[in-house]
Design a protein around this ligand. Structure first.
Ligand SMILES: [Zn+2]
Length: 475
């Protein structure tokens, strides 16, 4: 029996356990660094499956590492479980209907991500027990992917030092291998302090922190012309200083997210943004404090692992969808724009895009894709700097569904998503077992990884004295 068949049946045997676990995390959407129940649900499930679990790793209240086996090789599977604010949504609906207004929701499908990776780790463990395969399989419970970069703290703490390869996945709209690089990022809050005054009676006595935020943003918008085109800078005003126009705002805050292809470029840009903040403070007679929020490294691709993982994705194949799945996906597509669906097809080769057009579910496997550079970021990047890493994607949502929307939340606890999750678990488990059985895969992947880094050592963008926020700060 081939490895795919063995792994598939190991995962199918526990299908209900994995689906229930994912749905449970979906029902308790928790924000970054505050994933108490989600993290505990996954950690105790791994304990029940015979893993040794270490909780609160790297100073992260909701971070944990679960381990089975001993010695080399050491294979890591990364799981995430944080939700997004403001995306509360009832499941299975094709219209926007929050469970509670303003509540959280799993708008990036991390309920599936965390559980799918867990299912992979469990399957590898059982395969090891059945076949006597030696080595260590480890599940990394990684908090705060959406904000805060939990993995960057875990890497800084050296938690991946003895790991040979790392794998993960992400719920998406099409099955593929994430053969990509991403941008490094840095996020920082600029807190301006001024002096309040009656805006009509004594404006000359006031110093407006909101003015400073506005001037800073204008300054950064002028900076855009003079930075590398691959870089990205975005901001959100997180404190406007109040709701009364007749009070000069004595405090205001803007949160910046700065991205570029390499960490060095991010550092340089961040310094220029800092200077603009100082300039805005000087212009307005206010003071400014920069508060570090999070940072992630660029993702180092690995073609050896991408090809190996694709081989297993092709062998596992596309899940069987039924009439209900198609009807639900069509209902979701009816809520999307033509542009949403076009944009989703745009990343494909022309032949596959033609075949995919008009389908509600991406129920065919695109050919292996060459490496591309993406303009997003992920804290998996930090892991990829210390260990060769690869991720796969599977179709969990109707074709065209953009991430971070109510449509993702609505679909995240439905059969299409469950099928995509189990498919990803099988692909990760097969690739992990393949590497454990064939040391040449690890050797070749490591050689490529070293060549790509070209002697550059991992540098954490997190300030040395910065520890992760405690979970109660973020509820
Ligand atoms: Zn995500």
């Amino acid at each position: 029996m081939g490895v795919q068949k063995t792994i598939s049946s190991l995962i199918e045997e526990k299908r209900d356990l994995f689906i229930n676990l994912s749905d449970r995390v979906w029902e308790t959407p928790e924000l970054y660094f505050a994933e108490r129940e989600s993290s505990e649900a996954l950690a105790s499930a791994l304990e029940n499956e015979g893993f040794d679990v270490e909780r609160k790793v790297a100073g992260l209240d909701t971070g944990f590492v679960a381990s089975f086996g001993s010695g080399k090789p050491v294979i890591a599977v990364l799981g995430e479980f944080d939700a997004l604010a403001g995306l509360s949504q009832k499941k299975g609906l094709t219209e926007h209907a929050p469970v509670n207004d303003g509540g959280n929701g799993h708008g990036c499908g991390h309920n599936l991500l965390g559980t799918g990776s867990l299912a992979a780790a469990v399957a590898v463990k059982e395969y090891m027990q059945e076949t006597g395969l030696k080595g260590t399989i480890r599940y990394y419970g990684c908090p705060a992917e959406e904000n805060g970069s939990g993995k960057a703290y875990m890497v800084r703490e050296g938690l991946f030092e003895d790991v040979d390869l790392a794998f993960s996945w992400h719920p998406m709209t099409k099955p593929s291998i994430w053969h990509v690089s991403t941008l490094a990022n840095y996020s920082v809050r600029f807190r301006f302090k001024g002096k309040s005054a009656h805006a009509a009676a004594a404006p000359h006595l006031g110093r407006s922190a909101l003015d400073a935020v506005e001037l800073m943003n204008v300054g950064v918008n002028y900076l855009r012309e003079h930075m590398i085109p691959e870089a990205r800078i975005h901001y959100a005003i997180t404190d406007t200083g109040g709701h009364s126009p007749n009070v000069v705002q004595s405090h205001a805050e803007v949160l910046y997210l700065i991205r570029a292809p390499r960490k060095k470029a991010v550092q340089e840009l961040t310094e220029r943004v800092h200077n603009i903040a100082e300039g805005a403070a000087l212009m307005t007679g206010t003071s400014v404090e920069a508060v570090f929020e999070g940072a992630a490294s660029d993702l180092v691709p690995n073609t050896v692992l991408a090809e190996t993982m694709y081989k297993h994705l092709a062998a596992i194949g596309i899940p069987a969808y039924d009439e209900q799945d198609y009807r639900f996906a069509e209902g979701i597509q009816a809520t999307l724009s033509e542009e949403d669906i076009e944009a989703d097809l745009a990343g494909l080769d022309r032949e596959t895009a033609k075949m995919m057009k008009g389908r509600a579910i991406a129920d065919l496997l695109p050919p292996f894709a060459e490496e591309v550079a993406l303009s997003g970021s992920t804290d998996v990047g930090d892991v990829s700097w210390v260990v060769p890493t690869m991720q796969c994607l599977t179709a969990c949502f109707a074709l065209g569904t953009p991430l971070h929307t109510w449509q993702v939340v609505s679909q995240g606890a439905m059969p299409i998503a469950h099928k995509g999750m189990l498919q990803a678990a099988k692909v990760i488990a097969c690739t992990a077992v393949d590497a454990m059985e064939n040391p040449a895969i690890i050797e070749r992947a490591t050689a490529e990884w070293k060549e790509r880094l070209d002697g550059e050592a991992y540098l954490s963008l997190i300030p040395e004295d910065k520890t992760p926020p405690r979970q109660w700060d973020r509820t």
